[in-house]
Design a protein around this ligand. Structure first.
Ligand SMILES: [Fe+2]
Length: 359
């Protein structure tokens, strides 16, 4: 059994003889932990620092201004998500302690925009936030590129044609999220309040280029205690039938990539969408910023195990197939962002038309 989360070196993907090493790291990491550390990813850390500065500045603007960036009309898929808006699906309904900003950095499919207008909405931006906008779009696109490299490497690692996953994402509803985890007060520290409740990501692949902590004075600081941060639940084994909880602490300079539910389904469970949780520090008044990029399948793709992984067991585990867009829509309802009636009409137009004709 794996003890520590493997590191994949992106330079190995281009280096003679490196592909096997990368494939081995990815299969071990995504097979057991659902998470890999990525070295030599090429993300501009100076730009990331500047981005966090402008994001913190935005979170400190008055609530009345921030509320004008909240887009309930597009189910919070763009703009500002106020605290206590989103809920993990299997978490007893406890909302997360965070505020976020959603942006789509890539060009999106126009046909999908007709079918899923909220999920494919245009970006919206705060006023007087030019560098925020510029850095956000550039970082989102750069991190997306890292994700594409990884998806090609994953396909090769699983003996599939290289473009199997990458091609299926083109034009999909990829989205980047800036997060600010909120400070806990004295009475909240040590309770069961979490920065992010235990959940699995519903997209294909998630990339996390690394966040920042801030002390009670708002100054940037090191991790306030060794235990806080991301924990994942590794694949169940005989020794750990519920899956061992593993603390994710990437080596310096590495970003983190995580398997989402869509990739687990396509690989028939070879790669695992690993449940993870974000625990707050054990002292009050600390905050943290982070950036997450979510790569999705194109919404018209079928979400079902690839032929290579199709067995009675995987059909039972992941069937019947649905479209990626339908799957995403249902998830947005389940996490409390989209209204329940968003599901009621999916593709069913005849009854309404007939009712109208008869009226
Ligand atoms: Fe997550």
């Amino acid at each position: 059994m794996e003890e520590t989360i493997p590191v994949v070196d992106l330079d190995d993907l281009r280096r003679e003889g490196g592909a096997d090493r990368a494939a081995d790291a990815l299969n071990r990491a995504f097979g057991h932990f659902g998470l890999v550390y990525v070295r030599n990813h090429g993300i501009d850390t100076g730009q990331l620092e500047r981005f966090y500065d402008s994001w913190v500045e935005l979170t400190e603007r008055p609530d009345a201004e921030k509320e004008t960036w909240a887009r309930a009309d597009v189910w919070y898929q763009r703009g500002w998500t106020p605290p206590n808006t989103e809920q993990a699906v299997v978490a007893g309904g406890q909302p997360d302690f965070k505020e976020c900003y959603f942006v789509a950095p890539m060009e999106l499919d126009e046909r999908c925009r007709l079918m899923f207008p909220e999920i494919y909405a245009e970006n919206s931006w705060p006023e007087n936030a030019d560098s925020f906008r510029e850095d956000y779009l550039a970082l989102g696109a750069a991190v997306h590129g890292v994700g594409m490299d990884l998806l090609r490497a994953c396909a090769k690692a699983l003996d599939l044609p290289e473009d199997t996953f990458a091609e299926a994402t083109k034009g999909g509803p990829h989205v980047t999220r800036a997060l600010r985890y909120l400070p806990l007060d004295e009475s909240q520290v040590g309770t069961d309040i979490l920065w992010g409740e235990e959940h699995t990501d519903f997209n294909l692949l998630t990339l996390l280029p690394g966040g920042r902590f801030y002390d009670p004075e708002g100054e940037r600081c090191e991790r306030p205690d060794p235990e806080s941060g991301l924990y994942l639940r590794a694949r169940a084994t005989e020794e750990h039938p519920k899956g061992r909880m593993v603390h994710g602490r990437p080596p310096a300079g590495c970003l983190v990539a995580q398997v989402g539910q869509q990739l687990e389904i396509l690989t028939g469970g070879h790669y695992q969408a690993t449940p993870h949780v974000i625990t707050p520090p054990k002292q009050p008044a600390y905050t943290r910023t982070a950036l997450a990029h979510f790569i999705h399948l194109h919404s018209e793709r079928r979400l079902f195990p690839h032929e290579k992984f199709l067995t009675e067991e995987t059909i039972l585990a992941y069937g019947p197939p649905v479209l990626a867009g339908t799957y995403g829509l249902k998830t947005l309802v389940d996490i409390g962002l989209a209204p329940k009636d968003a599901l009621a009409k999916l593709g069913y137009h005849h009854y309404d038309r007939l009712a109208e004709a008869r009226s």
